[in-house]
Design a protein around this ligand. Structure first.
Ligand SMILES: Cc1ncc(C[n+]2csc(CCOP(=O)(O)OP(=O)(O)O)c2C)c(N)n1
Ligand SMILES: [Mg+2]
Length: 336
């Protein structure tokens, strides 16, 4: 059994190693389409997700590989999804941005900025109306979503109806190339959220233990029937927005400054100083994460693509789905 204090370090390392491998595989065209890396932001997921219960729900953005991993979606099924293979957690239909796993109540992988906030509020409303007390819906979104109408609609109704939602705003300062200060009149997001009459506060989310403490307090409030809570998680992405981003909107000095606060290195140093782990112990965590990812890549490599015959299943307009059909692939025009 892993030590309670070592676990967040192991979790952050798992995410880092998984995503560094994804970047390599993208360079080799094994993974195609969009790819958004969470590198630098690992303390957010590692500080919050392990505190959720199995019947709580999670929703995230397209920058969600780490959230899925820590939720317990098997690394091989995530990697196979990135490869577009049928054994992927979304059947190979979603790719990096649309990881999904109903069994662990991981409801995406949502690519529309702000689009999943009303979904989170709706899931929590269903729990409340059905009398399923104690359940929480955790919704992770970037600070870019604060400029969307859905943010306000979801926050307002969650507060008005006292719904059990944990709003986790991953404030990494940028929405693609747009900084918060150039898009928001009020950049204190906790203050903005508190105008909806819900408890809201900011957390230094480069510090995984500070994130754990903030999440524990928020979850206790929500589970106690106190309605939603908003957390502004101050973090930073070390990599580009996606794989196509020349990063003209920020200076190298700024990136280096944040990298000097790398949540993995900072927490590792703290654990060593406090005698919780040794350097060798940390090396073992990196090794174990590497082994897990090797296995995931092998699984994805050897998995099959979906056969062409079934490609139009579940696609709007597929007549074979609607009427049972004759098993034939629909003629042209059937797939919109
Ligand atoms: C409604 C909508 N508008 C625009 C986009 C294009 N887009 C994709 S990611 C992104 C930036 C979002 O930034 P943020 O919410 O801060 O999340 P981050 O990428 O920083 O994690 C934008 C504008 C989109 N996907 N959806
Ligand atoms: Mg952002």
């Amino acid at each position: 059994m892993i030590d309670e204090r070592v676990r967040p370090l192991a979790d952050m390392i798992r995410i880092r190693v998984f995503e560094e491998r994804c970047a390599e595989l993208y360079g080799q065209s094994k993974i195609r389409g969009f790819l958004h890396l969470y590198i630098g932001e690992e303390a957010v997921a590692a500080g919050i997700i392990p505190q959720l219960d199995a019947d709580d729900a999670i929703l995230a953005t397209y920058r969600e590989h780490g959230h899925a991993l820590l939720r317990g979606v098997q690394a091989g099924r995530i990697m196979a999804e990135m490869y577009g293979k049928a054994a992927g957690c979304s059947g190979g239909r979603g790719g990096s941005m649309h990881l999904f796993d109903a069994a662990t109540r991981f409801y995406g992988g949502n690519a529309i900025v702000g689009g999943h906030l009303p979904l989170a509020t709706g899931l929590a409303l269903a729990d409340k109306l059905s009398g399923r007390r104690g359940r929480v819906t955790a919704c992770f979104f970037g600070e870019g979503a604060v400029a969307e109408g859905e943010f306000h609609e979801a926050m307002n109704l969650a507060a008005l109806w006292e719904l059990p939602v944990l709003f986790c705003c991953e404030n990494n300062t940028y929405a693609m190339g747009t900084s918060l200060a150039t898009s928001e009149s009020q950049t204190d997001l906790a203050l903005k959220a508190s105008s909806y009459q819900m408890p809201a506060w900011a957390i230094d989310a480069m510090d995984v233990e500070a994130t754990q403490r903030g999440a524990a307090k928020a979850l206790a409030t929500i589970r106690g029937g106190g309605g939603p809570v908003f957390l502004e998680l101050r973090t930073y992405r070390f990599r580009a927005h996606s794989m196509f981003d020349p990063e003209l909107y920020r200076g190298k000095d700024e990136v280096e400054e944040w990298k000097s606060r790398d949540p993995i290195e900072a927490y590792g140093r703290r654990l060593i100083a406090e005698g919780v782990i040794t350097n060798d112990g940390i090396d073992e965590l990196w090794q174990a994460a590497g082994d897990e990812v090797d296995e995931a890549v092998d699984y994805a490599e050897s998995a099959a693509f979906e056969p062409v015959e079934t490609l139009t299943r579940h696609v709007t307009g597929d007549v074979t789905d609607e009427v049972g059909g004759n098993g034939a692939v629909p003629s042209s025009g059937a797939v919109r």
